[in-house]
Design a protein around this ligand. Sequence first.
Ligand code: ZN
Ligand code: ZN
Length: 337
Amino acid sequence: MRAALFYEPGRRLEIEDVPIPEPDGDEILLRVRAAGVCHTDVHIRSGRLPLVPGVELPMTLGHETAGEVAALGSGVKGFREGDAVVVWGARGCGRCRLCHSGSECLCSQATWLNGGYSEYMLVPGARYLAHLNGVDPLQAAPMADAGLTPLHAIRKVLPGLRAGDRIVLFGMGGLGHMAVQILHALSPSTEIIAVDIESSKRELALTLGAHHFVDGLDDPVQRIREITREEGAAAVLDFVGSDDSLSAGLRCLGKTGAFVIVGMAGGVLPVSAFTLPLEATLTTSMWGSFPELEEVLTLAREGKIRCETSVFELDGLNDALDQLESGKVLGRAVVVP
Ligand SMILES: [Zn+2]
Ligand SMILES: [Zn+2]
């Protein structure tokens, strides 16, 4: 089978022939039909994001994967060959407090189920697979992160929202354009302010349900303060996480507001009792749970959310990562191996 191999940071991925793995015990072999291309992999390829200690290289990246069950280990129950599935990618130790409470993404021993940039992928157990039940694999793959991560972040602020509140979303890329739709579906009376430094994303954001688009290069704080009538936003979700987006996000947050950092661009935000708006909360948000993945699949099945996709062949994966790095991908890049 053909797979994209990551040998070392700073080096382009190599597309090579490798043996098809055989599932054993609880393992399931997946024929990959679509794999979403995440900005995290841009950071891993460049070395900005360090790998988990103990990971053996070369490895195959790709943690938004959908396809069909191709073969099953003898211990697998609940799935049959040919079933259309999507992989829930977080694998914790299964024994700690966080894993037992459904937050495997936060487990200190969590590893990601990578391997989507390949014709076949070995999944360690049935508990990491969700049935598609009619969702197109090309749509289902990005739901595993580009859909799931915004849903998890939005769930953090939903309980505190009142009708008519304004939310600012920084970054209209793979996650941000899904966040607009998920927010619209779960909280229809929330006014959505989308921000991006690429004005080419204006039309997509407005079409998907954002009420305003603000150019991130043209004094976004001033513009957002005008829209929010100087009150500031009830919540800011930052899908970028750069110095600029964090700083701007904080300055347009209102008192008692919630600031959620999702993007991993590695920006730094100085925080003190005087820089945060009074009684505002600041938190991060990491991926999402299995039930939340089923929730985004339900929204996709009902036609309430749809991922805008730019499709690449496996040979074009490095191009997809390059385009993602330069902010040129509209929606989510998806590899079809
Ligand atoms: Zn990701
Ligand atoms: Zn754990």
